[in-house]
Design a protein around this ligand. Structure first.
Ligand code: HEC
Length: 151
């Protein structure tokens, strides 16, 4: 009887620990979307530095940066639930919620353009520039409409 009680208690404690961990690891959607864009920003910067000649060109690294950006935005559209309009210094604009279809389309286009660039597997600076140039148009297009302009 005691042994069963002890085993049950241990199980309950373990369960409680798991729940606590998953809550602690589960950042708010605002933090998650900001982290995703930080990764996208890092990728764009590393590719940009190569194309400007400030860093040595490396096709493998350029494509890996595109893959990192693509993975970061896999669930990007889900990170704007109702109720996440404010907090954590978000600069997401109201238009995301008032024009959800437009925003979802912008996210989908960004992902599709990244997929195209990755599939092209560009091997020289010119090809990376062409592929990532098309991807880069999404940044300003989306930010202009769906992100508050930080002044
Ligand atoms: C489909 C829309 C969309 C696209 C495409 C997009 N962004 Fe963003 N980006 C956002 C939104 C919305 C925010 C603000 C999110 C917030 O603060 O909650 C943001 C924020 C950022 C941030 C600030 C991150 C932080 O919080 O520190 C960076 C950097 C950034 N984007 C870079 C880029 C780059 C570079 C690209 C293109 C390669 C890009 N974004 C494409 C919507 C987009």
């Amino acid at each position: 009887m005691m042994r069963i009680f002890a085993a049950t208690t241990t199980g309950a404690v373990l369960l409680a620990a798991t729940v606590t961990l998953s809550v602690a690891g589960g950042h708010s959607p605002i933090e998650q979307r900001q982290a995703a864009m930080k990764t996208v920003g890092k990728s764009a910067k590393s590719i940009g530095e190569m194309l400007k000649g400030n860093a040595e060109f490396n096709a493998e690294q350029a494509v890996a940066a595109m893959v990192a950006a693509r993975e970061a935005v896999e669930n990007y559209g889900d990170l704007f639930p109702e109720g996440s309009e404010t907090g954590f210094d978000t600069v997401a604009k109201d238009t995301i919620w008032s024009d959800r279809a437009g925003f979802d389309a912008a996210v989908a286009k960004f992902k599709a353009d990244l997929d195209t660039a990755i599939a092209a597997n560009p091997q020289d600076a010119e090809a990376v520039g062409a592929q990532f140039g098309a991807v880069g148009k999404n940044c300003s297009a989306c930010h202009e409409t769906y992100r508050v302009n930080k002044t």
